[in-house]
Write a protein that binds this ligand. Structure first.
Ligand code: NCD
Length: 304
């Protein structure tokens, strides 16, 4: 594995290896053990879009493994604002560091970045394209919460059109025997190219606008934020912004052990009252970003 650009690149064996390494990283991620595995290795986090979890979890993963981090956190202070291309920025930064994680609003930017340098490049979100490391931590979470993935019924809810975490996660789920329910308003349906990919892989899926129709039969409800920043017309966003609300009553209509996941940040799509339920897996989920990203850094740097 040289770069992480799309979740389509992984074979089932890769997933198992990543999860095995991530499991070994857990005590280090919790600060219970110390490590110098990535001593003398430098990570650059080039983030040209907002982030809290993704950037921090990459950085803490690197630091807890004894590595070092440099970053661009404010686009205003980066040469991108002078008109420098992603290609040139990454070519230069690639000469300084050992590995790069990049987030950029343009679909395909991570692929461009990976071609600009021979250092490993990790896609930390390319516009409404993909977010493969989030999908890995999402799958790892499902594994932890449900003790396995095969046989599960999983609903992907909310903004399936612009939600890049959905795109990457649905593609990873093709390696398992699962049933997927896509739940969204008509204008936010999953892209045709994604549905075609699932068909090609023989995944059984259904599409609906009505969450109530599926809530009683699913094991995992993966909710997402409506991606306001990706709408060309703010009026369109207003129409769908609060299309689904997960409150205690809604969770109560589901199976007793239904897991509620969300990549975060959440706005109003999950009420705070849900946080106290054992079903609320989203904060556990966000923590798994650390061992997963530790595993990815170690693997890409040839240390695992
Ligand atoms: C997501 C993202 O950036 O795509 N956040 C994350 O990385 N955990 C989801 C979102 O912004 O809604």
């Amino acid at each position: 594995m040289n770069d992480i650009i799309s979740s389509r690149q992984f074979a089932r064996d890769d997933l198992e290896r990543i999860f095995e390494v991530a499991t070994g990283m857990e005590p280090i991620s919790r600060g219970e053990e110390e490590s110098q595995l990535l001593r003398n290795k430098y990570l650059a986090t080039l983030f040209f879009e907002a982030s809290t979890r993704t950037r921090f979890s990459f950085e803490i993963a690197m630091l807890r493994l004894g590595g070092q981090v440099i970053n661009t956190t404010n686009v205003a202070f980066s040469s991108i604002t002078k008109g420098e291309s992603v290609h040139d920025t990454v070519k230069v930064v690639g000469n300084f560091v050992d590995i790069i994680a990049i987030r950029h609003p343009q679909v395909g930017s991570a692929l461009i970045a990976s071609k600009a340098t021979n250092k490993p490049v990790i896609n930390a979100g390319d516009g409404h394209g993909e977010h493969p490391t989030q999908a890995l931590l999402d799958l790892f979470t499902i594994l932890k919460e449900k003790n396995g993935i095969n046989g599960l019924k999983i609903a992907l809810v909310g903004d399936l059109r612009f939600g890049r975490t959905i795109h990457s996660l649905a593609q990873l789920l093709t390696h398992y025997d699962v049933e997927i329910f896509f739940v969204s308003p008509e204008i936010l349906r999953a892209p045709e190219s994604l549905l075609a990919y699932l068909k090609e892989k023989g995944v059984s899926y259904h599409e609906t606008e009505d969450l109530e129709e599926v809530i009683g039969q699913i094991d995992v409800l993966y909710d997402t934020r409506i991606q306001e920043e990706r709408f060309a017309d703010p009026k369109e966003y207003e129409k769908v912004k609060n299309c689904y609300t997960i409150d205690k009553e809604m969770v109560g209509k589901g199976k007793e052990d239904i897991s509620i996941m969300h990549p975060l940040p959440r706005l109003e799509e999950i009420c705070e009252e849900v946080d106290e339920l054992p079903n609320a897996a989203y904060f556990r989920q966000s923590f798994y970003g650390v061992p997963i990203r530790m595993a990815l850094l170690a693997i890409l740097l040839g240390k695992a």
